[in-house]
Design a protein around this ligand. Sequence first.
Ligand SMILES: [Fe+2]
Length: 322
Amino acid sequence: MTSKRSPGVVRRADTTAIHSVDHFALRVPELEPARRFFSAFGLEPRDEGGGLGVYAKGGDHCWIRIRETGQPKRLDYLCLGAYPEDIDAIAERARVNGVALTDAPEGAPADGLWMRDPDGNPVRVIAAPKVTPSAPDAIDARPCVTNPIGVPIAPARSQGQPVHPRRLSHVLLFTPDVLRTTAFYTGTLGLRISDTSQDLIAFSHGAHASDHHLLAWVKSEAPGLHHSSWIVGSPDEIGMGMEQMFAAGFTEGWGVGRHVIGSNYFYYARDPWGSFAELSCGIDFIGADTEWPSGDYPPEDSFYLWGPPVPEYFTLNTEADR
Ligand SMILES: [Fe+2]
């Protein structure tokens, strides 16, 4: 079988796979707390279609679609982007693997391939431009370089600018069965395992170049959204973003710290529904021709290199009773 390939795109040879988390969707009890939280986080919620679309500041790509239901918050669906020439092959892979194509959930866009992951999360695959980058992000290296002699390099506190995340990096979901879930995302959607810790957590990257993780899963009693992660320009922006959240009244969270798996610096802000949005910088990157040396890390050595004590609510799955 021959297939057409888009010119100039970054792709792993002979590999059918999604390339991006195009966006994700949430159902929330009320829109206004969502608007306040994501605005404080430095993103730009816009009124769209009776709900909110959440963009990077001044950006043209919608990363989160939020609708109000009056019901407890839950993940509505994941929307994954693929190259147009891969859509039919992904549909065929689903058929061979016994994954049924379904209708869209009520109120969601009908187009694209719809299916359910093993936990029942609706997954939509669309032909779309690659919105996860194909090379690592530039980092503002000023805090990390050797100081020039005789020149102070820290800006004055009054010169600190508001923090605005550039883009979505990844989404981490709770799942009752990490191995079953990863088998679906790797076997049908072409994601590749980056690293794991036993059957407790797994991180996956896009085959066609992505951050160390695009999607990840952590074991829980039920499905749910643990966090979305957003790229900022420097470790300073992570610290200043944390202060920005404190100043807006969002004082619960975890960090600042540095992860082991993925290597990124982080701060997690707790959202109004008990899940998290992560400010992230310096995450490992996996190219389209990289064979990542996957590791299976012992749990006690996998989570973080340094950081404050982990609050009890950090591992709470607030969607467990959905
Ligand atoms: Fe993360």
